[in-house]
Design a protein around this ligand. Structure first.
Ligand SMILES: O=C(O)CCC(=O)C(=O)O
Ligand SMILES: [Fe+2]
Length: 270
């Protein structure tokens, strides 16, 4: 991906988050000011009064299939935001297809067998995360521990400010920034863990805040098949800290999903 496109996309995202609140509210994820929907600008869905919110704002947009884009949620300021997002979506898809080919090969399968699970109806969401400086980083997380629900996520991370951490054997490891360069990070999601019968694992990760600097990340997440088939996963809450729970979850989902996608490593072998 060209660095000029990455730069333009990050600048446009930053400009969007710097718009006055009343401008951003035009794209709110709260229908009539109260009913939460996945797409749009806002924060976590508030379910209980004592719920701890993430210290971040986000803009969540469906980018694929192209004819299902809900342009009412796509910012018109800054002016080229939509064009960059369109371009970025196409480029991210090429990256994801390459990764899927490589993963299939690593599994000893025909190189197209994972790519082929993603039909024209496969959903892709773009998510822009904005983490303002936080006066008490010891008390609040930018994003709580979770696994990504999608198959693969391409994350474009802030080049100056770190924050992402990955859990391994009970220890949180910091994902470093590459000095003066954006990191393009590929994350395996639960759907991929299920599709590959747990060979590729979706890591538990979180984002920490800091008191001095704002941070921005941007990601595209790709899902499989059509929504009627993925509804089951999609509505399950998977933001969780406990790896054991995740393993139970994916074992259970494995059975369900194999039935749904008729996908089994043995069946896929060339
Ligand atoms: O901000 C990041 O680096 C990652 C964000 C993330 O994990 C998410 O939005 O699911
Ligand atoms: Fe994530």
């Amino acid at each position: 991906m060209e660095s000029s496109l990455i730069d333009s996309m990050m600048t446009a995202s930053r400009d969007f988050f710097r718009l006055p609140p009343e401008e951003k509210r035009k794209y709110s994820n709260l229908l009539d000011g109260k009913h939460f929907q996945v797409e749009g600008y806002g924060n976590d869905q508030v379910k209980t009064r004592d719920q701890r919110l993430d210290w971040s704002d986000r803009l969540h947009l469906k980018v694929e299939p192209e004819d299902q884009r809900n342009l009412a949620h796509w910012p018109i300021h800054p002016k080229s935001f939509r064009d960059y997002l369109h371009e970025f979506t196409l480029k991210s898809k090429i990256i994801k297809d390459n990764i899927l080919w490589a993963m299939a090969k690593l599994l000893g399968l025909h190189e197209d067998c994972l790519v082929n699970q993603f039909t024209d109806k496969a959903l892709t969401y773009a998510r822009f995360n904005y983490y303002p400086p936080c006066p008490r980083p010891d008390l609040v997380l930018g994003i709580k521990p979770h696994c990504d629900v999608f198959a693969l996520t391409v994350v474009l991370m802030d080049k100056d400010v770190a924050g992402l951490q990955v859990l391994r054997d009970g220890t949180w490891y910091r994902v470093p920034t590459l000095s003066n360069n954006y990191n393009l990070l590929i994350n395996v999601g639960v759907a991929m863990e299920v599709m590959t019968n747990g060979v590729f694992r979706g890591p538990v990760h979180r984002v920490v805040t800091n008191a001095e600097k704002e941070r921005i990340s941007r990601e595209t997440c790709r899902f499989v098949e059509d929504i009627s088939k993925v509804n089951l996963w999609f509505h399950v809450t998977i933001r969780m800290a406990n790896k054991e729970l995740l393993i139970h979850f994916s074992k259970g989902m494995n059975l369900v999903t194999r039935k749904l996608l008729r996908l089994d490593i043995a069946e896929l072998s060339p």
